[in-house]
Ligand binder design. Structure first.
Ligand SMILES: [Fe+2]
Ligand SMILES: [Fe+2]
Length: 183
């Protein structure tokens, strides 16, 4: 298995949560009540699984290895991905603030939630496509087998450090759970 395959597996789980954000946004817009608990769990997933863990593996390990193989960090495809990760962080920060306000009874925060959830999903879905179809292919071409194994081992360590041992499965289950809850 190559390292990008593990990252692609993450993408399929993240896509489930992007779908949750889309559905939840539509519900809120149509005046339906969405439990705060669902919104908070979705935000926890994005912060910890999508950002800290998945983007962490890309930024600290995959992209870094590509740089060592001659890809520039600034400009070019890696630079573009880094900018999009940062943009995503801004949306999640605003989304979390909106949820806090909404939880304390400020219904005007619904607009902030819908806007930032949609912006996040609208950014991440094509971001994932670009990585799956372009950037990861470039990575596969320049990262030799021994380095692939090394990367996979280091990915496991990131799981322990950023999520806690075995917590990847918790987030996989959470994506399924929230998909069912909003269906
Ligand atoms: Fe990424
Ligand atoms: Fe990614």
């Amino acid at each position: 298995m190559v390292a990008t395959e593990a990252l692609k597996n993450d993408h399929r789980i993240i896509e489930k949560m992007l779908n949750v954000l889309e559905v939840v946004s539509n519900k809120i817009e149509q005046g339906e009540e969405v439990p705060v608990d669902i919104l908070k769990k979705a935000t926890d997933f994005i912060r910890n699984f999508a950002d800290s863990y998945h983007h962490g593996k890309e930024e600290d390990l995959l992209f870094k290895t590509m740089e060592e193989k001659g890809f520039p960090r600034e400009g070019g495809p890696i630079g573009m991905m880094l900018i999009e990760h940062d943009e995503g962080r801004d949306y999640v920060r605003a989304l979390a603030e909106g949820i806090e306000k909404y939880a304390s009874g400020d219904t005007s925060a619904k607009k902030t939630i819908v806007e930032n959830a949609r912006n996040y999903a609208g950014l991440l879905a094509p971001h994932i496509q670009k990585e799956d179809n372009i950037l990861y292919m470039m990575a596969d071409n320049i990262i030799p087998e021994p380095l692939q194994r090394e990367l996979l081992n280091r990915f496991d360590r990131v799981e322990k450090e950023k999520l806690g041992e075995g917590r990847r499965q918790y987030y996989i289950n959470l994506a399924d759970e929230l998909e069912k809850a909003i269906a």
